[in-house]
Ligand binder design. Sequence first.
Ligand SMILES: C[S@@+](CC[C@H](N)C(=O)[O-])C[C@H]1O[C@@H](n2cnc3c(N)ncnc32)[C@H](O)[C@@H]1O
Length: 277
Amino acid sequence: MADPQSISDHWGRGDVFSMVLDAMKAAGIDPATVTIAQLAPVDHFHARGFPATKELADILPIRQGDHVLDIGCGIGGPARYLADRFDCQVDGIDITEPFVEAANKLTQLVGLEGRVTIQCGDGQKLLYDDEVFDGAYAQHVTMNVADRDSFFGEAFRVLKPGAFFALTEHGLGAAGSPHHPVPWSDDGTGAFLVTPSETEVRLEKAGFAGIEVTDTGDKYLEGYKGAMALAEKGELPLFGVHILLGKTAPQKIRNAARNIEEQRTRPVQIICRKPVQ
Ligand SMILES: C[S@@+](CC[C@H](N)C(=O)[O-])C[C@H]1O[C@@H](n2cnc3c(N)ncnc32)[C@H](O)[C@@H]1O
């Protein structure tokens, strides 16, 4: 089992909110009037950023008034986007306290605190009662999850019968042994990648059905290569997701792309549901 503090330290230390605020101001965005669209380049913290969240949202069966859970919500961009788009309630949980603080402050800035609630916690042991959510998702979280049976079992437990569960991740590829650093690990510490077929088996074991696996490697590769081209020309935006990746952001992005090309990783999107008894 990985030490939760080391996973948290990897993702975010110190005052993450102030760092985002400073970048916002440097990019000429006024925090007093900032919108969720203006936050989008930073707060969708996964491969391809906001377009990937939007594409996922397009196919999720979320209805007005639903109660949705974002497991490993980061600084909360996807949670705010879904709450605003579907007029639903989104709870978020993340293991990284500085991200949770930043998430709640950003939610206040855009006036969504009535619909988005974010707390610190571990997806392997959720804080919620049984069968309370209409759907749950985890975007780019499970690469750091040592105990997938607990993670998926907990998601299953808190979902109502018939609810959806969606997952995006870098699975382990056929060639294995990913190059590091990558966004989720500097040197392999705290990284627990498994193949997409193993993930499918684990989801079935937790009780999920209707499991649909989509390969997202080509799309991610396109996204990473776009970011690499901008970095080479020195044209990365002042307000972009790379600010959350730290000084080694260029190496992390380059390795994430190389791992896909060399089949060391195999990114996937997985959607399934909790059966109605
Ligand atoms: C790449 S970021 C993705 C953040 C968010 N899902 C998004 O797409 O914007 C990975 C996140 O997973 C969180 N995380 C990793 N392991 C976790 C766990 N066991 N429980 C909750 N959060 C976890 C990290 O703290 C980090 O915020």
